[in-house]
Design a protein around this ligand. Structure first.
Ligand code: PDD
Length: 298
């Protein structure tokens, strides 16, 4: 695997950072995960805009222009063997003696890596996945894509303890999101999802799903969703760059939905899933891939 660290491309084994990096000491940094389909970075401009928002929220100057980010990402995509990739990038404040106060004038640490993109297998898409509902005990700035993910990791592990793939989170009686995805529900034929706020990550996939709902005239509302509405929904979906749109078919081991369809992906999911795949296919037709591997040429 070829990675990028602070101005250089190298095999991952050679990438090293000092122990006083504030990312290591304080979790003082932000990140992005960008899905790449057939060597095309999906929604790159939107991911770079969210990166910029996360950086400015924690007062780190963006180390690169969008053009420079695009070049670096193209290089990583071309240098790695998979056509479909999950590209991970991280920016930390940099290296400094341990002190809570943000030091000024540090050189940020920039790291980029890629891995094979693993989207849900057909069997999982067809069966749907189990989730549990947990109290959202994270901080109040979940809109920042911070590398400090201890709360999310603990919640995801609590979900796994119960055999679930996701922890769907509620705070003060309202749905926020899940440990690593956003949540949509369906009630009486209307798709519902909470509005963006400091309590959830503004998902790029969330925006794509809303765009698809709008452009296909599918009834939907962006409004606060109560825990009771979540627990009695006809359908529940989670969305993320890695999961795309995935039906949640049990909540706390109880089937989601009613009647014969209970515990199975519902009719609204059967509509949104192919529309999402078509959206991706259209995107791939409209964008040229990055060029053949450049390894060894520079
Ligand atoms: N996670 N909410 C949280 C807490 C997330 O961590 C993520 C994504 C999302 C969905 O965002 P997007 O649609 O932009 O992927 C929502 C990534 C995939 C991760 O941390 O690996």
């Amino acid at each position: 695997m070829t990675v990028y660290l602070n101005g250089e491309f190298m095999p991952i084994e050679q990438a090293k950072i000092p122990v006083l990096d504030r990312g290591f000491i304080f979790g003082d940094g932000v990140y992005e995960v960008i899905p790449v389909y057939s060597r095309r970075a999906f929604r790159l401009a939107e991911h770079l805009a969210r990166l910029n928002a996360s950086l400015s929220a924690i007062r780190i100057d963006n180390p690169y222009s969008n053009a420079r980010w695009s070049e670096l990402l193209e290089h990583i995509i071309a240098a790695n063997p998979w056509d479909d990739q999950g590209v991970y990038l991280q920016v930390t404040r940099g290296v400094a003696p341990r002190n809570h106060l943000f030091p000024k004038g540090l050189t940020p640490t920039v790291f980029i890596m890629a891995d094979a993109l693993v989207t849900p297998a057909r069997a999982l898409v067809e069966s749907g996945a189990p989730a549990v509902v947990l109290q959202d005990f994270r901080w109040l700035r979940c809109d920042i894509k911070s590398v400090s993910l201890l709360g999310n990791c603990l919640l995801r592990t609590l979900a796994a303890d119960q055999g679930a793939i996701e922890a769907i989170l509620v705070r003060d009686g309202f749905l926020t999101e899940a440990s690593a995805s956003n949540i949509f529900i369906v009630r009486s034929g209307i798709v519902l999802t909470p509005p963006k706020s400091h309590l959830m990550l503004p998902g790029i996939t969330y925006d794509v799903v809303l765009e698809i709902l709008r452009s296909n005239g599918i009834a939907h509302e962006v409004r606060p969703v109560t825990e009771a509405e979540l627990r009695t929904a006809d359908e529940v979906w989670c969305t993320s760059s890695a999961k795309e749109v995935l039906a949640i078919t049990t909540l706390d081991a109880k089937p989601v939905g009613h009647g014969a369809d209970a515990g199975k992906p519902g009719p609204a999911f059967a509509r949104i899933y192919p529309l999402y795949q078509q959206f991706k296919a259209k995107f791939m037709r409209a964008h040229a891939p990055t060029h053949a591997p450049t390894r060894g040429q520079d």
